[in-house]
Each structure stands twice: as structure tokens, then as C-alpha cells.
Design a protein around this ligand. Structure first.
Ligand SMILES: NC(=O)c1ccc[n+]([C@@H]2O[C@H](COP(=O)([O-])OP(=O)(O)OC[C@H]3O[C@@H](n4cnc5c(N)ncnc54)[C@H](OP(=O)(O)O)[C@@H]3O)[C@@H](O)[C@H]2O)c1
Length: 338
């Protein structure tokens, strides 16, 4: 089968297709023939050697995909060959086939296209856990979503708007603000050309927000705390602005400076809650993941939500898809069709 095998870290040029044996299938595993792959920012970081959850090289990257069950191992009783499914995991999906434990298989949505099915699981589950489970988001909350035009961002915006929240969403370009307006963001803010703290103070008559979803780090994280109300909840789920270069001491210092940090005494004084979450732990806890999946699927169907697919590539153009995500020109989810 064809697969991308990461032999070394580097820029997008290191992504090359190889012909490899199909992975063997053992007990309690499922083989899925992949149709569409969903890209995640963590795959950019793991290609650069900056993602702590990546396996030892060489390996095939790819955290999620949509496809059809091609084979099932002994011990798998509740899945059938030919069923359309979503696969989630930490790696293996940049390939024509992937073999995963049955616990990493989720039912595909009939009403979604293959691209939408490949775009849903990682970003909506991440946004759901952060907003509903950690921040206990309520309809009366003012919610700030950083990098709101991206994959996780557009998922988070949809969840918060469907609940009835007033939503502030940031992005680095005015074209992305247009996408945010169409998605229902009440206050789109270009955080490169505007001071988002001042904008929020102005729109809230000097108050702030009750919930922040933070994915950027550095100054964006520090300023997010400035606009968090007493009893407000901020959850960190990423640090997209960090770009550690092991050969560049300046980048070591910048990375150290920009990793989000809080002082408990300052949080106590301001009465703020700051937390963080990583989907990797959810994938290891099948019972918790299925509870999240059931709640999320029900909410998605009740509110008619769909992931925003912004860009579609062919399998051979994986490097271009990575370059687009790194360039900050993308909006919504990037998917790759086999
Ligand atoms: N904790 C978890 O389990 C989990 C799971 C999934 C994703 N994440 C995190 O959530 C974030 C979004 O992931 P995603 O896959 O949906 O990607 P994405 O949002 O589609 O793309 C990343 C976005 O980050 C913003 N960004 C800010 N500073 C950047 C920089 N210096 N370089 C590049 N981009 C920068 C860009 O938006 P603007 O140009 O508009 O600023 C860019 O579009 C990432 O930080 C990712 O690591 C965490």
C-alpha cells in the first residue's frame, strides 16, 4: 500500500510517499481502507520533531480519517466489514490502510460527506472537552475563541453559538473574519491589527469574558488572562505560536518565555480558573471517550452542526496541505483525499 513514512524531521519536503506492506491485523483490531484524511496542527509539530506524543521514527503520521472497514480481528464483535467509520488515534492515517484497536473506531455520520466525516472527531471532541467538560460553558457566558477560524476554532465557535453564548473570535487576517461572521461569531477581531483586549473591553462596557479557549501561547495567552472575568475559566489546548529550533538559542529562550504559565496566587486574587487538556488522554480512556462522543453526537445532530471543510487536497499533495496549514492562510479544516 501507499503511505507517508516519516524518516526524519524537517520542513514539508520530508513528506514522501512510500510503498510499504499493509500493517498486520491482530486480535481486537480493525483494518480500515482510508478514503479521506483530516489534518491536524499536531502533525505539523510532529513533522518538525516538536510533538511529545509522536512515536519513534520511522512512522506514518495521521491522527484521523474516514473510511470503510476492510477487515476485523478476532475478539471484535460489534463491527462489520463494509461499515463506514471514523478512525481516531495518534498516528497511522497518512496511508491507504490503517490498523487500529476497535476502541479507536467511531461511527460515521450519514449526513456528512467523506470530507466532513474526516474533519469532525479530533477537533469537535477537543473543543467539546475544553468548553463543556473543563470550562462548564453556559448559555449566559461570553466566550473568547483564539485562532477561531482554524479547525478547532470553527468547531468551538459552532458549539458555543449553538448553546447560545456571545462569542468573540480572533484571527490573523481580515478574510478569516469574514468566515467567522458567516459562522455567527458576534465579535470577530483581527488580533494582528487590533488589540483584542481593548476591543473586548469596549464591547463589554469595560467587563471581560467568562470562558477562553486558548491555542496560541505567548502574548495571546498573557492578554487572554487580562480579559478573563472573576469566576472565568480559561483552557489551554495548544501553543501554535511556539516554534522551537534546536539549533537556534534565541528560539529556546522565546519558547521558554511563551509557554503559558500562571501563578496560583494571582489566580486566587483574580478568582480565575486556568486549565489545560489533551485529547491523547481521552483516546486512552474508552469509557470517557464514548461518553464524550455520545454527548457530542447528540448535540451535533440536535443543532444541525457540521465541520467546516476549508481546503481539500489529493494524497500526493500532502506536503502542500502541510505548507498551507503552516502558512496561516487556511480556514476551517484541511482534508486530503486518497
Ligand atoms: N490539546 C489537544 O488535545 C488538541 C487537539 C487538537 C488541536 N490542538 C491545538 O489546537 C490548535 C488548533 O489546531 P488545528 O489543528 O485546528 O489547527 P488550525 O487552527 O487549523 O491551524 C492553526 C492556527 O493557529 C493560528 N496560529 C497562531 N499563531 C500561529 C503561528 N505562529 N504559526 C502558525 N499558526 C498560528 C493560525 O490562525 P491565525 O492565523 O488566524 O492566528 C492557524 O491557522 C493547535 O494549537 C493545536 O495544537 C490541541
Amino acid at each position: 500500500m501507499k503511505a507517508y513514512v516519516l524518516n526524519k524531521v524537517g520542513n514539508a519536503d520530508v513528506l514522501k510517499i512510500s510503498t510499504v506492506d499493509s500493517p498486520p491485523l491482530t486480535n481486537n483490531q480493525v483494518r480500515v481502507k482510508i478514503q479521506t484524511i483530516g489534518l491536524n496542527y499536531a502533525e505539523i509539530q510532529s513533522r518538525k520533531g516538536l510533538y511529545g506524543w509522536a512515536p519513534k521514527r520511522p512512522y506514518t503520521p495521521g491522527m484521523e480519517a474516514y473510511g470503510i472497514i476492510a477487515d476485523i480481528g478476532q475478539g471484535v464483535s460489534d463491527l462489520e466489514i463494509g461499515t463506514k467509520v471514523i478512525v481516531v488515534g495518534q498516528f497511522g492515517c497518512y496511508a491507504e490502510e490503517v490498523v487500529v484497536p476497535a476502541s479507536q473506531i467511531l461511527p460515521a455520520f450519514e449526513k456528512f460527506s467523506p470530507a466532513e466525516n474526516a474533519a469532525f472527531a479530533v477537533q469537535f471532541m477537543t473543543a467539546w472537552v475544553a468548553l463543556f467538560e473543563i470550562c462548564r460553558m453556559r448559555a449566559t457566558d461570553r466566550v473568547l475563541i483564539q485562532a477561531a477560524a482554524g479547525g478547532v476554532g470553527t468547531a468551538a465557535v459552532q458549539l458555543a453559538k449553538a448553546l447560545g453564548c456571545e462569542v468573540f473570535g480572533t484571527a490573523s487576517q481580515d478574510e478569516k473574519l469574514e468566515h467567522l461572521r458567516k459562522l455567527g461569531v458576534d465579535h470577530p477581531i483581527n488580533y494582528h491589527t487590533q488589540d483584542f483586549v481593548a476591543c473586548i473591553r469596549e464591547k463589554t462596557a469595560g467587563q471581560g469574558v467568562d470562558v477562553v479557549l486558548e491555542v496560541v501561547g505567548g502574548e495571546v495567552f498573557r492578554k487572554s488572562l487580562e480579559v478573563l472575568n472573576p469566576f472565568g475559566r480559561l483552557v489551554v489546548i495548544g501553543f501554535a505560536s511556539l516554534n522551537l529550533n534546536k539549533l537556534n538559542p534565541w528560539s529556546w529562550w522565546k519558547t521558554w518565555r511563551d509557554i503559558p504559565r500562571v501563578k496560583i496566587d494571582a489566580m486566587a486574587t483574580a478568582s480565575q480558573v486556568v486549565g489545560a487538556s489533551h485529547l491523547g488522554y481521552l483516546l486512552q480512556d474508552t469509557a470517557r471517550m464514548m461518553r464524550v462522543w455520545d454527548d457530542l453526537s447528540r448535540f451535533t445532530q440536535e443543532h444541525g452542526l457540521k465541520p467546516i471543510v476549508g481546503h481539500e487536497f489529493k494524497f500526493e499533495a500532502m506536503a502542500d496541505a502541510h505548507r498551507l496549514m503552516e502558512s496561516r492562510q487556511s480556514h476551517g479544516k484541511i482534508v486530503v483525499h486518497i
